[in-house]
Design a protein. Sequence first.
Length: 356
Amino acid sequence: MNRLDISNWKEFKIAELFITETSKNKLQVPTEAAVAKKDLTDGDIPRVTVTNMNNGIVGYYKNVQSDNYRLYENFISVSFLGTIFYHPYKASLDMKVHCLKLKERRLNNYIAFFLINIIKKQVSYFAYNDQLSSSTLTGLSILLPVKNNEPDWEYMENYTKQLYLRDKQSISTVEEYINKPTEKSISLGNWKRFHLYDDEMFDIDMGTKLDKIKMTSVNPTINFIGRANKSNGITERVDEISGLKPYEAGNLTLSLGGEYLGSCFIQPSPFYTSQNVVVLKPKWQMSFNVKMFIAIMVFKESRLYYKAFIDELNRHIKTDFSIYLPTKNDAPDWQYMEAYISYLFQQQSNTLQHLV
């Protein structure tokens, strides 16, 4: 992929793109103050701190009744040390971790990935003593591609998808990638099979089973997921149906049959599904990276052992369908999955920074 031509890009201040608030007569992005450790009890809500590991997540806790405690969803976290991560799920922030949430557009993984790398380049100029504050962030300028003098979100999304596709085409299996001469070889001996309905995996919902041709799009706000293998399976934007609650963002969809059998995606926005598309609802607060790892393994397993129109997933998904996952103490090794996908994203990040 050629180096990006940024000659026609335009500078935007963080305050122009992201939600801000006023505190003590200062404009700032949302941020958090300290919550006493004694007030934190184990739960299922991730808490983001200044660590550069595990997507910034230091632990999982219950809600806290405090003015210093707020929940955010679908945002980019930026700490005063410059650590930056995307969180499509609900999370709380530790002291001096700031929230970047777009004003007029919903983030998805591709746009967030693009923005993070641009922002990361700017905040890298801050030293520890500068302490990147919530008010300093608002005045930070970033250079973005434009269309009609506005940020070209479609370009950002498509560009990042091209990067993913390039790596996807060059990596046929997880094992092949791990065992590249340039990578540290690891043993796959501790991997074992798990059903998607096992403990700590998913509740399998058979979907809304709607017919796209009968849907309306007068004021479309809901994604419609069909048996497709691109654009996260989104085939249309449709109107919300009165009395039929859409599935929440963050759930996975899986195509049970047809040409694109096994296509498995993390959904970025509320959605309905067509026939033969099931919804995988995580039984715990899975991170995006863990979901991504599982989606890849589901797709590989489906394409390897099942066949469209002959032996599809319909009669297997709630019975004998299983996938290989790395284990630790005979349980899925979530930490490994998180770290592995983070590593892949970092490789793409390095590529993007080089191109920019």
